[in-house]
Design a protein. Structure first.
Ligand SMILES: [Zn+2]
Length: 157
């Protein structure tokens, strides 16, 4: 009798775990779906940066010399991320900004390459854009170091 109870308990325990993971399945799916390719015309290089946390070579972005007024959008989902007003020349070789538009990004701590850096993602599509540092020139103190390939500039007029 005792042995039977034990088997029963084990059965319910396993059954419970299975049910639980089934219940979580849609959420797992949602999470992975939140980071997906929306722009079907992305190049391989853009995909590596946006979805595999890659980094473009410094001084290669044509956005470095972009000085017109306008907005910088996410190359994947087109969300508005930065205003030209926050852009500055950091000398690092990557387009740099003192702040993102409100709610544009979500951040995460990145420990790769033996460094602790704050990585940021487009809050709309989840794609990786760059890292944010605490040595910016304005009162925000922030320096958003963005891969130029992840941005699309749209001049305003
Ligand atoms: Zn996006």
């Amino acid at each position: 009798m005792k042995k039977l109870n034990k088997t029963r308990r084990l059965f319910f325990k396993l059954f419970g775990i299975t049910i639980f993971s089934y219940l979580l399945l849609p959420y797992k799916f949602l999470y992975s779906a939140s980071k997906k390719i929306i722009n079907k015309n992305l190049t391989e290089e853009q995909k590596i940066i946006l979805f595999n946390e890659g980094t473009e070579r410094p001084f290669t972005s044509f956005l470095l010399n972009e000085k017109r007024e306008g907005y910088y959008h996410c190359a994947n989902c087109n969300a508005k991320l930065f205003s030209s007003e926050s852009k500055f020349d950091s000398g690092t070789g990557w387009p740099s900004f003192t702040e993102g538009l409100p709610g544009a990004f979500k951040t995460k701590i990145d420990y790769s390459f033996g460094m602790k850096r704050i990585e940021y993602h487009c809050s709309n599509c989840g794609a990786h854009h760059g890292h944010v540092f605490e040595d910016g020139p304005s009162e925000t103190g922030k320096r958003f170091c963005n891969n130029g390939l992840c941005l699309i500039f749209k001049p305003s007029d």
